[in-house]
Design a protein around this ligand. Sequence first.
Ligand SMILES: Cc1ncc(COP(=O)(O)O)c(C=O)c1O
Length: 451
Amino acid sequence: MTDPIDLAQRETLTQSDDLAQRDKRHIWHPFTQHQTESDPIALTHAKGAVLYDTQGNEILDLISSWWTVTHGHCHPAINQAMREQAEKMSHVMFSGFTHEPAVQLAEALTTSLGGELSRVFFSDNGSTSVEVALKVAYQYWQNKGEGKRRGFIAFDGGYHGDTFGAMAVGKGSGFFSSFDGLLTEVHLAPYAPTWIGDDEVEVREQESIDALSKLIAERGDEIAGLIIEPLFQGAGGMRFCRPSFIEKVVTTARQAGILIIFDEIAAGFGRTGKLFAHHHTEIRPDIICLSKGLTAGTLPLSVTVIATHIYDNFLGEDFSKALAHGHSFTGNPLACAIANRSLSLFEEEATLSRLQEIEHKHRQFAERLGSHEKAERVRVCGSLLAFDLAGETGDYKSEASLKLRDYYISHGLNIRPLGPVVYLMPPYCITDAQLDTAYEGLIKGLDVICN
Ligand SMILES: Cc1ncc(COP(=O)(O)O)c(C=O)c1O
């Protein structure tokens, strides 16, 4: 065993080395090939849409720090809510206890979601929220005595997180082939992506629905649930679909009694221009997963919101029908207080109106982008703008995407292509001037790197 580091030693280390070097010595970063990737950028603080590094450089956070930040970094009202709650109670176990921030949040979410979605199960991140949804759907059928329904339907290109259940339904994203042998069987249905000027979307949707109908005709009575990301698939390539596609998928699956799970972990809380993406449709799910923007991008928290008729099936005289699931930080009061404050900011700051303006600006830029020789299949949805790099295929960290990412970051823009897909997903506080800077820089990167 080595001696614990003493204070003087720690001081010397801190002064003699820069942060990135110290990081490199001990930290294993997410989704990173440490042998080939450049050093991480050391940051000191963040404000609004801007990150500040240790050299004093400004970086526009154009992907909202993995799609979490909504109202902006270090929003004063959010910070105040966090401070106030910290003075009262930072954490308490959530079995046998409850508290105002969690109850208030559950009331607000179920009211906004409406319909049958009446029960909120708290966890800590998107993946666990999906894990809970899958377990609830599976056990629902077990509790009902229909144990044959054990399978799930998911979509090609879908991504739902990195825990085992989430990887199984997200295998269509292509990220998890190393774990194939450990993943439960999931049936993949074809997705129907679309973009501006796409005149074949109806054919593509019909083909997808035909394939889904065939799958359901053959295996429908073995399926517990279907999981889909409404309006856009995120990590699987920023693929957008029409609201009508989601409606057709759900109608088809419901005919076989399959439970519908919407994964709005990326799409919820305004990203698509409405508070929830499925509010662009007439459809309501049986279960919905929410995280990321839930706490405006400040603390880890997620919810799985569940319909009354499902919850009722977990009631009984003994524990055997109950959901055996929970995490140490379930329902954390700090995170819940922040989520409550974030929801009220949507009203106070008229955030959804600002989102309309951002979408309008994106659409104007999309016209210019559409005539760029390196941009194909340009698409816009709410605060999101995406396109494919013409002539590029390749995986998540293809050479072109890494070169572009390095170009953008060295020019003060946090834009991280997903393989051949380039996208912007800014925080909602971004100004018009900052958006213009982003658009100009984005085009310049294409001109310099892709020619
Ligand atoms: C649609 C979707 N589902 C689930 C997840 C997993 O969330 P987390 O990274 O918080 O586990 C993500 C993360 O990007 C996501 O985009």
